[in-house]
Design a protein around this ligand. Sequence first.
Ligand code: LFR
Length: 477
Amino acid sequence: MKSYAAVDLGASSGRVMVGRVGPDTLELTEAHRFPNRPVRTPEGLRWDILSLYAGVLDGLRAAGQVDSVGIDSWAVDYGLLDADGALLGNPVHYRDTRTQGVAEKVWATVPAAELYAATGLQYAPFNTLYQLVAAASSAQLAHAKRLLLVPDLLTYWLTGEAGTELTNASTTQLIDPRTGDWSYDLAARLGIDLGLFAPLRRPGDPAGLLRPGVLEETGLTGPVPVTAVGSHDTASAVAAVPAVGERFAYICTGTWSLAGLELAAPVLTEASRAANFTNELGLDGTVRYLRNIMGLWLLQECLREWGNPDLDDLLSAAAGVPALRSVVDAGDAAFLAPGRMPSRIADACRASGQPVPGSPAEITRCILDSLALAHRRAVLQAQELADHPVDVVHVVGGGARNALLCRLTADACGLPVVAGPPEAAALGNILVQARAQNQTGDRTEMRALLSRTQPLTRYEPRGTTAQWQAAESRLTQ
Ligand code: LFR
């Protein structure tokens, strides 16, 4: 039996989980959870990276002796280091407004269709490429000698070794998904210096040893290796989808819903671009062909506005609200920024001529119906665009605990939903570390271990999908 620490940083909290792995064992316990509170400074919205790093150190201390450590977090964001290796400012939050209007400038140099053909990445205003173009004339970038994506930055602080983990690098929009290498030509055309990036490493590669100072601070006894995992949280979550066979879709639910397929090769067609599907990279050269849907962010922002009422009470009240009275487009980037979410949702319903939800229960129901509808759309379109039919939808991540969301998703997709594990990102992180120590075999074996050991809930679809189709056409009209 071996133990691994998974550092898993989400948009609203970070956690250090300990995984115990044996031939028929995969147990997860939470060693430490800490808030992730972005801060609005005069310059804009920033991540409080020092408090996150302090949370990681506290978590490693709480985790106790482990055989390895792995780090995953949200994607696209980065820290810049100067020539001395010191951090230049707090990493910018992907919900910051600095990228507004930047895409149009980029497309004037490299048309959107060419960008997609080269990188396979969906349009999202926050892709690292747009962030770098937005920062092009900043003093920080001018002084930067190194760019490290968030998990790579924390790894660097833990070990002193700089690298760029590939699954997360694929979210920068600077990687060619066919080769898994940088898109040199594209970067040159946009004046982006790829020399800022440290060498690529892949999930399972060694990422150094905890520095003596870190050992001292955490009370661990060295050597403790840090292992590169799927450092993009969604890559780790997809690695932990407990699927049998290949005919499955997944939805990683949390702040975002990431809905799609695991493929052997990217889909770079014009139809795929028009549908805004992304080709991010996963474990073992796989492609995460998926769409970003606003996810439970919509509800989290409402809860914040309502003063954080009890979620279970709210969800049972929402279950009693008539279904599909009004829906919004949960894929709409208009919902990206924080603030005023209940009234933004009400406005969207009013603008599309639907009944305007008023009470928290009605708004919650509108959000969950809208998410299920967006899940349906993504699952159907992904199968069609990739010519890859599925028999089942796996819901992993925090939303797997939300029975109403899982049930509505099964009904909307007209497919069984298998819900769980909720801590998929941490489990994927741990399994890659275990594999690096030869404790598990390939992806199929990892998934078999998950389905043997993790409690899963199955939701069979009810009724026909006619009312979902009707809601869909209401939305597209
Ligand atoms: C989910 C996630 C998504 C990414 C978004 C922003 O946590 O990593 O995959 O698109 O956050 O980084």
